[in-house]
Design a protein around this ligand. Structure first.
Ligand code: ZN
Length: 842
């Protein structure tokens, strides 16, 4: 590891104890999942065993806890200490980085998919209660604790309690900037004010939902669950409250916290060694370096810079500095924030080494450790590069908080380089890795893992879907932030003589472009499979009557499109376009009557899994522009295509009108509602399921009017089908049918709204639920005896309603080797089983 230390310009002494070499890790056994289970385990022997794992055999430092009086005396020597550990090369801040626009100036259009996701999250943030959130903070500082604490990872027995509160501070600041919701503002201000009371009560600057004794254990390298990870969230949250929500109290609070931790770190190094300090960083510390660099950029206090440097984990960043793709077995979400922090180091010091580190890291993750979603990790770790097939055996793929952090990495790289590939990555990971983790529009139901194997389901992993008040996982924390800042990477500004704007995401929104004195409105036609173009229009409202300057718009042409059919028009003029992977720039004095429209093709394409062994070359994902298309499947993933077939030969779009042919069939018995369901090629009656479940999918059928099949007339209401010969197609098995051909007739029970399905080949025989007699669903023939006529009629009559499941506007059918696959964007799935990858053989 010697070279690593040299590379990060640290003066270190290698002080290995007997038999214990240095290590650089966050050990594989120590995923968050593992630690949560350990903490909540009743097995004391097992707990003891793990907590005394070899990593903790190092002799603990005695008397490591912070001694306040001693600190006062040593204050005067601080300059020396800062000199010794802080002799960092200060360079000039880099120039030419794109500037982020304020979220206060961006508004998402409500009806868009992004607007809806934001609104779902806003609802969740408003559901959470301040007293419940800060219960453990009050307990820790000895204040009365009204209300009850939340559960999950915020439970008072869980060592990372309080981490979600930090995220909430960030998320609410971001969401307030995005919406100016006053109720949220009151909530977040109350939260900051009450946290301040706790901090005052403790009086040292320390602020946490757990006692400072956790840091004694951390510093002594004894078992404890990531206390700095949680402190980072609280500090970052307070900093966001300051810089985004303009709460001046929050900056004082975070600065006081940093004073406290500065002394602690200084104490560890003084009393023991810097090597010991770096060994403590093997325990997850979140983005401590990141928040400290950010704080330094506000305060300019060299102590903040020094402390930030001391959280740049040398043994990990060193690997990246020598460009070694050796991140396998590292805990992904421990280390991505360290990289994000090192990116901030580049931004505040201009040291190009940290630009290189971030660039190399993104390269290796993107080229050899990521799924087609843009996400990464399995069981929270990175696995071997270009061996991603192995990870499909697991359900615990792509921990969602890693996506949140990778988005930060790529966003920074984009701001530094203006390279389209980083914007493309951002779009892919946001579309598939972020929008996929909310369960429809249910507030507070989100994912930890996003499974990627054949037959996967979001509902089936170690965690499945979370709950509103009893989950609060790491990924809930990052989740509420992600959905609060969906507008933060659409627009970037470039400083220069004239205003210049980069539009890198096509998301329906408006921007108050202050430097150009223009209100810009971006409208994106929601993409669908039937129209294979992305269509964007931009309109302009000057905010001053006499706009003096001209300004430049730079529009991204993603690498995934092609120029065939692409078109840019300004009012009635067609403008030339560069090739995909470039920006098109237009400079002009924009007026209120200007309209700029851009359209470009959304091609279907396949992309190989990141596995470089030739035998797996056929394992591929299918994408439609940035949308990853998953196939409805419980395991099958085989597709066979003709040799040299073009992709449109075996994938065809589903017309939106098919949605009007989707129906579900109900019967009511003993006060409950039952529904006709197709499971494993046979029909059964099941209790009516919740939307989004697999059962809801299996209870949805497309009624195909056989006579109209080859005519242009498509039936759209159930009345149109009466008396017609129809087939019932299970929703997820396009091209197949349930049973034989039926004639759809008015319900035998004589009720207005009911229908019956009579066998075409056996007149007088009907789909019969058997519900009255507890029998199975079957085609049964009506006997002439009057005795059971009414129960027969009842069992053979169904209320048909609109299908429980609808096709996503982006839906396709892919011809499979054994069956056809219904493809929909991964973000449209809730509990239904899917496959992300297909085995596509020629
Ligand atoms: Zn997580």
């Amino acid at each position: 590891m010697g070279f690593v230390l040299v590379l990060v310009s640290m003066v270190l002494v290698l002080g290995c104890g007997d038999g214990e070499g240095k290590e650089c890790t966050n050990q594989p056994t120590q995923s968050h999942t593992f630690r949560y289970h350990l903490l909540t385990s009743k097995n004391q022997t097992r707990k003891q065993e793990v907590m005394s794992h070899s990593r903790y055999h190092l002799t603990p430092i005695r008397n490591m806890s912070l001694n306040e009086e001693q600190e006062e005396e040593e204050e005067g020597q601080d300059d020396d200490w800062t000199m010794l550990y802080g002799r960092m090369k200060m360079k000039k801040e880099p120039e030419g980085l794109l500037k982020e626009v304020s979220l206060h100036d961006v508004r998402l259009h409500g009806g868009s998919i992004h607007g809806q996701a934001q609104n779902t999250n806003l609802k969740y943030l408003l559901m959470l209660d301040v007293d419940r959130l800060i219960w453990s903070f009050r307990k820790t500082c000895g204040l009365p604790t009204p209300g009850t604490p939340y559960g999950g990872w915020e439970d008072p027995t869980i060592e990372v309690r309080g981490h979600f509160v930090g995220h909430y501070l960030s998320a609410s600041a971001l969401m307030w900037a995005s919406t100016h919701n006053e109720e949220l503002k009151k909530k977040m201000s109350a939260l900051v004010a009450n946290l301040s009371i706790c901090q005052q009560k403790i009086g040292t600057g320390y602020l946490s939902a757990f006692p400072s004794e956790f840091f004694d254990r951390f510093e002594a390298i004894q078992y404890v669950w990531a206390p700095y990870y949680t402190i980072h969230k609280i500090m970052a949250g307070l900093l966001d409250q300051h810089s985004i929500a303009e709460n001046p109290q929050a900056l004082k609070m975070v600065t006081w916290m940093v004073d406290y931790f500065y002394k602690r770190v200084r104490n560890v190094i003084r009393k023991y060694s810097i090597d010991w300090h770096y060994q403590t960083l093997n325990e997850e510390t979140g983005g401590m370096n990141d928040v400290l660099y950010r704080l330094y950029s506000i305060t300019g206090d060299p102590k903040h810079l020094l402390l930030a440097h001391l959280f740049d984990k040398p043994c990990f960043l060193g690997l990246l500095a020598v460009k070694a793709n050796d991140i396998a077995q590292f805990h992904a979400n421990t280390h991505i924030p360290v990289v994000v922090g090192s990116q901030m180091r580049y931004e505040v010091t201009g040291d190009p080494l940290y630009k290189e580190i971030g660039t190399f890291f993104m390269d290796i993750v993107n080229s050899s450790h990521s799924y087609a979603t843009g996400g990464t990790s399995v069981n929270e770790l990175w696995s071997d590069p270009n061996r991603m097939i192995e990870t499909l055996k697991e359900t615990n793929n792509e921990e969602s908080c890693t996506t949140y952090n990778m988005l930060k990495v790529s966003r920074n790289l984009f701001r530094w380089t203006k390279e389209i590939s980083y914007a493309d990555y951002y779009e892919r990971a946001l579309t598939n890795g972020v929008l996929s983790i909310q369960r429809g529009t249910e507030p507070g139901v989100m994912l930890y893992y996003l499974p990627q194997g054949p037959g996967a389901s979001k509902a089936i992993s170690k965690f499945g879907w979370g709950t509103q008040f009893n989950s609060f996982w790491c990924c809930y924390g990052t989740g509420i932030e992600s959905f609060s800042k969906l507008g933060d990477s659409i627009y970037f500004e470039e400083e220069g003589k004239n205003p210049s704007l980069y539009i890198i995401q096509y998301i329906s929104s408006s921007l108050n472009w202050k430097s150009a004195q223009i209100m810009l409105n971006q409208t994106v036609v929601p993409p669908s499979s039937m129209d294979s173009f992305l269509r964007i229009s931009l309109t302009f409202s000057p905010t001053k009557k006499t706009s003096s300057t001209s300004s430049t718009l730079n529009l991204r042409l993603p690498t995934w499109t092609h120029i065939h059919g692409a078109k840019l028009t300004l009012n009635s003029d067609t403008l030339p376009l560069p090739s995909p992977g470039n920006f098109v720039s237009i400079t002009r004095k924009w007026s209120g009557s200007d309209k700029l429209t851009l359209q470009f093709p959304i091609p279907l394409r396949t992309e190989a899994i990141k596995d470089d062994r030739p035998e797996y070359a056929s394992i591929r994902a299918i994408l439609y522009g940035p949308y990853l298309l998953a196939g409805h499947s419980t395991a099958d993933w085989d597709i066979k295509t003709a040799s040299n077939a073009s992709i449109t030969d075996w994938i065809t779009p589903i017309p939106a009108i098919y949605n009007t042919q989707l129906f579900s069939f109900y019967q009511h018995f003993s006060g409950s509602s039952f529904i006709l369901t197709s499971l494993k090629n046979s029909l059964t009656m099941k209790k009516s399921p919740k939307p989004g479940t697999s059962l809801a999918l299996h209870a949805t059928f497309r009624i195909i009017n056989i006579q109209a099949k080859h005519s242009s007339r498509i039936s759209t209401t159930l009345r149109d089908f009466i008396g017609k010969s129809v087939m019932l197609e299970p929703f997820d098995l396009p091209g197949t049918q349930v049973g034989s051909v039926f004639v759809l007739v008015s319900g035998l029970d004589g009720r207005n709204e009911s229908i019956s399905l009579e066998s075409k080949s056996h007149k007088g025989c009907f789909v019969h639920s058997g519900m009255s007699s507890g029998k199975e669903v079957k085609i049964r023939c009506k006997s002439n005896s009057d005795a059971d006529a009414s129960s027969f009629n009842k069992d053979a009559s169904f209320i048909a309603r609109r299908g429980l499941r609808k096709y996503d506007p982006i839906s396709f059918v892919a011809k499979g080797a054994n069956r056809n696959f219904l493809l929909e964007p991964l973000l449209a799935f809730r509990d239904e089983h899917y496959t992300v990858y297909f085995n596509i053989q020629e």
